[in-house]
Design a protein around this ligand. Structure first.
Ligand SMILES: [Zn+2]
Length: 476
C-alpha cells in the first residue's frame, strides 16, 4: 500500500471509530498511548513529574484533548509549536426528555447542534452514540461509558413528493418535522408505581424520560442494568461508513471531515515528529477542542482556559524533576515563550464545487488533492498574515507539500475558526489553514484522499523544523 493510501485508510478508520467528540478524544488517546504518550490529569500538580524527551496528553471533559512532546534540548522560555483544531461536528442530540408517541410511531426528541445542512439528515440510516454515566454496583462510583450502537435505529422521513404541495422547495420545521422515528407500536412509558419505600428522585429516572425499549437497547449494549444508567449525552450519527470514492479512489466520502481531518492529521504529525524528539529544543503541542461549532465558549472550548492553563503549567516547569519538586519558574517565562510560539489553526477549507463555481472568488478556487489551503481574510475571520505565510512556505518546501490560497468573495458570508480567539487570548502568531472539501456541514462531505498525507507531512515538518526556521523570520 502506498503511503498516500495508508494515510487515507488511517483516516477512514479514525472517523468510523469516532461518531462523537467523546469518541474522537478516545481514538486520539488510543493512538497516543500506542506511541508511548503518558496521560496527565488536571487534578494533580505536574511539578517534578514531567521530563524532557517525553510525551504526554491531558483531557478536559473527555471531549477536548491536549497532547505535547518536550524536546530533549528544551530550555525554559523556548517557544511552543501548536496545531489547534476541533473535535465536534454539527449533529442532533437527544433531548433530556425525548419520548414522543405519534400516529403509532415512537419518535425521539432531538436538539440541533451547530449549523448543519439539516436537509441532508433526512432519509439517512441513523444510529446513536455518545457517553452514558452508569453506577457501578460494586463500588457505588458513577463512571462514564462510551457507546456506539452499530445498527441503523432511527430515520427522519421526508414527505412523499406526491403529497408535497410545494414540490419546488424543501423547507421544514426543525421542531415538528425533523423528528426521527425509532419504532412502531410503542407503549407510553409507565411511571413506576408509587410506594412508600421508593427512593426519592430529584429528576425522573432515565427510563421514564426516554423510550423504554431504546433504554433497553442501550443498557444491553453496555452490559449494565437500565436502573444503573444515571444520565447520558447521546448524539445521532449516520451509520454509512466513511469510504474512498471516485474512479481512481481520488475522493473520500465521509461524515465529519470538518474537523476530524485535523484531529487525525495533527495527531499523526505529532507522533511522526517524535522520531527526532531528542534533537528538538521546543515543546510541540496539539490542542483539539470541543464546541467550535457553537462558538467555542464553554469550559473546554477554544475560548476556555484549557489551553492557557496547560501552557501556564508547562512554561513554569524546568522539566528537571530535582528542581521542580522545590520550586516553579516565575510566570515571566510564559510571556517570553508565547512571543516565540506559533499556532497553526487547522480547520477544513472550501474546495471549488464545479456546479457552483460562481460562488467562489475568481482567482482563489482551491482544488481537491492539491494540498492544504491557507485561509486569508482582511477582516480577521481568519488571522493569517505575511510572517505566517512565510513560515508555512518554508515548512511546506522542506516536506514538499503544495499549498493553496483562499479568500472569500466580498459579497459572500465567511466562516471562522478557533484561530482568532486563541490568537487573541494568548497573543501568539497564528495562521489559518485546512484541507479543501465540498459540502461542509452536510451529513456526508467530500474531500481528496491524497490531501490527508499532505496535511500529516506539513504538521510533521512544523513540529520538527519550527524552532530552526522561526528565529530567522523577524517581525518586530
Ligand atoms: Zn470546522
Amino acid at each position: 500500500m502506498s503511503s498516500t493510501l495508508k494515510q487515507a485508510q488511517g483516516f477512514l478508520n479514525f472517523v468510523n471509530a469516532s461518531p462523537t467528540p467523546y469518541h474522537v478524544v478516545d481514538t486520539v488517546k488510543k493512538q497516543l498511548s500506542e506511541a508511548g504518550f503518558k496521560e496527565l490529569s488536571e487534578r494533580t500538580n505536574w511539578a517534578g513529574k514531567l521530563k524532557k524527551n517525553e510525551k504526554y496528553y491531558v483531557t478536559r471533559n473527555a471531549s477536548s484533548i491536549i497532547a505535547f512532546t518536550v524536546g530533549g534540548k528544551y530550555e525554559p522560555g523556548n517557544g511552543i509549536s501548536i496545531v489547534g483544531g476541533h473535535t465536534d461536528s454539527p449533529s442532533l442530540r437527544v433531548k433530556p426528555i425525548s419520548d414522543i408517541l405519534k400516529e403509532g410511531y415512537a419518535e425521539v426528541g432531538v436538539e440541533t447542534y451547530g449549523g448543519g445542512i439539516w436537509h441532508t439528515w433526512f432519509d439517512r440510516d441513523l444510529s446513536l452514540a455518545g457517553r452514558v454515566f452508569v453506577t457501578e454496583p460494586e463500588t457505588g462510583n458513577v463512571v462514564s461509558r462510551l457507546i456506539k450502537i452499530d445498527k441503523p435505529l432511527l430515520r427522519i422521513p421526508t414527505l412523499a413528493i406526491h403529497l408535497d404541495k410545494e414540490r419546488s422547495k424543501f423547507e421544514f420545521n426543525k421542531e415538528t418535522q425533523f423528528r426521527p422515528i425509532v419504532g412502531l407500536d410503542a407503549k407510553p412509558t409507565e411511571a413506576p408505581k408509587k410506594d412508600g419505600d421508593k427512593e426519592f428522585q430529584s429528576i425522573k429516572a432515565v427510563v421514564e424520560r426516554h423510550n423504554k425499549e431504546l433504554i433497553q437497547i442501550i443498557s444491553k449494549d453496555l452490559g449494565v442494568s437500565s436502573d444503573n444508567i444515571e444520565d447520558f449525552e447521546l448524539l445521532l450519527y449516520d451509520t454509512q461508513k466513511s469510504c474512498l470514492g471516485g474512479m481512481k479512489d481520488e475522493f473520500i466520502f465521509s461524515p465529519r471531515l470538518d474537523n476530524q481531518v485535523t484531529c487525525y492529521c495533527a495527531t499523526q504529525g505529532l507522533i511522526l515528529s517524535t522520531d527526532k524528539l531528542s534533537e528538538q529544543s521546543g515543546i510541540q503541542l496539539v490542542s483539539l477542542f470541543d464546541h467550535e461549532e457553537i462558538g467555542s465558549l464553554s469550559a473546554q472550548g477554544a475560548n476556555s482556559s484549557f489551553l492557557p492553563d496547560v501552557l501556564h503549567r508547562l512554561t513554569q516547569l524546568t522539566f528537571n524533576p530535582d528542581v521542580d519538586l522545590s520550586s516553579e519558574l516565575p510566570s515571566s517565562y510564559f510571556w517570553t515563550a508565547m512571543a516565540k510560539s506559533f499556532l497553526i489553526s487547522s480547520d477544513m477549507a472550501h474546495g471549488v464545487n464545479p456546479n457552483y463555481s460562481e460562488n467562489y472568488e475568481t482567482l482563489n478556487k482551491p482544488k481537491l488533492n492539491e494540498g492544504p489551503v491557507i485561509k486569508i481574510n482582511a477582516n480577521q475571520r481568519y488571522v493569517t498574515n505575511s510572517p505566517g505565510i512565510v513560515l508555512l512556505k518554508k515548512l511546506a518546501s522542506l516536506s514538499k507539500v503544495p499549498l493553496q490560497l483562499f479568500v472569500i468573495r466580498n459579497d459572500s458570508p465567511c466562516g471562522s475558526t478557533i484561530g482568532p480567539m486563541v490568537a487573541a487570548k494568548l497573543g501568539i502568531r497564528t495562521l489559518d489553514i485546512g484541507n479543501p472539501q465540498l459540502s461542509m456541514h452536510s451529513i456526508r462531505e467530500t474531500c481528496g484522499s491524497e490531501d490527508i498525507e499532505k496535511l500529516v507531512s506539513l504538521f510533521e515538518s512544523f513540529f520538527e523544523n519550527y524552532h530552526t526556521i522561526e528565529p530567522k523570520i523577524l517581525v518586530n
